[in-house]
Ligand binder design. Structure first.
Ligand code: HEM
Length: 462
């Protein structure tokens, strides 16, 4: 299971479904009947792809009871192993189980829906720079994976999630904006080489968006596949595996693929911003203001990738979104931990916001916040602001960086709000905890660093 290969999802016949089920059953039988040492786990190779193949058949919401029963038994068998001996394959299997069994054991939420426990195993926290590059690469991999899926759909070669198909024109638009998004993201990986003719390719896809339903030329199809293959060949080979293991839909409607990939891409960006802000707390405490200034500008550039990704999401219509929305109920990005970390590292929320469903939905994050030792940017920046500290010139670039990030964050909220409004109008959210758009509207203007605005508006003490 830990290899670098990509699954061939086009092999998707009924025989394969039966084979997939027998593979899982045989595997569970070995687990229960052979006296396995922990070191066997790696070799044993849990057949995750077979499970995912079966979920593609129905979506998790309508998971086959026989499959779920097998998974429950495997999960029980897995728990019998000693936690201290955790290997990579073991942890991956546990993470997969969280997403496979979430609907069954009522632990389903935004994190299990978007397979965040699986992504966590592929993230590299050795330093901020490494995290930045690996996260950017994951975003690029997610977009490439989406392009391949949509291209295969247009070519009639894709068997997964082919219900509630959008108009072919929407899919062409999607590929067009997705390739443009790759170009934007590539700024964060200086090692990544894009083909010299990428602008030409973008131009051809733009042309395609103006066509009605004509077939995609074999030249365009081949060049687009060569683009994504060429990018995957330069990325960490494990990212191919991550792509294969991290799309576990609740239903079989086509656009859920897009929706999941977009949610996952944003989660990757939110993590960069959250970790970057957390680092800035230490930098400012150590009076490294110019390094902090650079970091804020960088984080702003990361968040400025959002329009490129929202453009991909905007190729979904409310009709195709409604093809799967009801099966998502219980999971909402209201439960996004990375997004709430951004807010809490930036400032102390006002009591109204802290008591709102937004923070009620992320108990792990609020627990961290309530620790006595918790400090955030407000704690280290406030004492430096006018009236408290005379050395304003040194601080100016840093404050400018924070203001830029603040404005991009608010723009993110406004764009999100507009998309939500277009998709669901005034219907309540899927979390079951908010009124939907009216709730989001209340939070729209709330800045990331409210103390900055308030303090800079006051004249400095003489
Ligand atoms: C079809 C597209 C989308 C719709 C209809 C939608 C809808 C909503 C709704 C109704 C809420 C309010 C909470 C609730 O009751 O669920 C919400 C919150 C939120 N959404 Fe979305 N959303 C969409 C896309 C996204 C995407 C792609 C992201 C990126 C991760 C995202 C991130 C968030 C976040 C972070 C919140 C919490 C905001 C807060 O706590 O103030 N949403 N969304």
């Amino acid at each position: 299971m830990m290899g670098a290969h990509r699954m061939d999802w086009t092999l998707y016949g009924e025989g394969l479904q039966t084979n997939a089920f027998s593979t899982i059953q045989n595997w569970r039988f070995r687990l229960e009947n052979e006296d396995l040492a922990f070191s066997d786990w790696e070799q044993l190779g849990f057949p995750a792809e077979a499970v995912i193949r079966l979920f593609f058949n129905s979506g998790k919401h309508f998971g086959d009871p026989a499959l779920l029963a097998e998974l429950v038994r495997i999960h029980q068998g897995l728990s019998a192993f000693h936690a201290e001996e955790e290997s990579g394959a073991y942890r991956l299997t546990q993470a997969l189980m969280r997403s496979f069994l979430d609907k069954h054991n009522q632990s389903y939420d935004h994190l299990t829906y978007t397979a965040m426990p699986i992504f966590e195993l592929f993230q590299d926290h050795r330093s901020f720079d490494i995290l930045l590059r690996t996260q950017a690469d994951i975003v690029i991999a997610l977009i490439c994976d989406l392009i391949r899926f949509e291209l295969r759909t247009l070519l009639g070669e894709e068997a997964r999630m082919q219900q509630h198909l959008p108009a072919p024109r929407k899919l062409r638009q999607r590929i067009y904006v997705a390739i443009r998004a790759i170009v934007s993201c590539s700024a964060f990986d200086e090692h990544l080489m894009l083909p010299a003719h990428i602008d030409h390719l973008i131009g051809l896809w733009q042309e395609e968006t103006r066509q009605e339903d004509r077939a995609i030329s074999s030249y365009l199809a081949e060049e687009t596949l060569a683009l994504t293959d060429g990018i995957f060949a330069q990325l960490d080979p494990k990212l191919g595996l991550l792509m294969d293991l991290s799309l576990i839909p609740v239903y079989v409607a086509h656009d859920e693929y897009l929706f999941l990939r977009v949610l996952q891409a944003f989660e990757m960006l939110f993590l960069i911003v959250a970790e970057g802000l957390n680092e800035c707390i230490g930098l400012i405490a150590a009076e490294s203001y110019s390094v902090a200034a650079e970091r804020f500008h960088l984080l702003n550039n990361v968040l400025r990738l959002s329009p490129a990704i929202f453009r991909i999401l905007s190729t979904m219509t409310s009709a195709t979104f409604n093809g799967f929305r009801e099966y998502m109920r219980g999971a909402s990005a209201l439960q996004s931990e990375n997004y709430k970390k951004i807010e809490l590292y930036a400032a102390h929320p006002d009591p109204g916001r802290f008591r709102s469903p937004s923070f009620d939905s992320v108990p792990r994050v609020t627990r961290e916040y309530l620790q006595p030792a918790f400090a955030n940017l407000q704690d280290v920046v406030m004492p430096l602001l006018p009236g408290s500290c005379p050395a304003q010139d040194i601080l100016q670039p840093m404050i400018a960086g924070m203001q830029a990030l603040d404005s991009t964050f608010v723009t993110w909220k406004v764009t999100h709000y507009q998309i939500v409004k277009a998709m669901i109008g005034d219907a309540p959210g899927t979390s079951g905890q908010t009124s939907g758009t009216p709730y989001l509207k209340l939070m729209l203007e709330m800045p990331l660093f409210p103390y900055l605005k308030a303090s800079l508006a006051r004249p400095a003490a003489m």
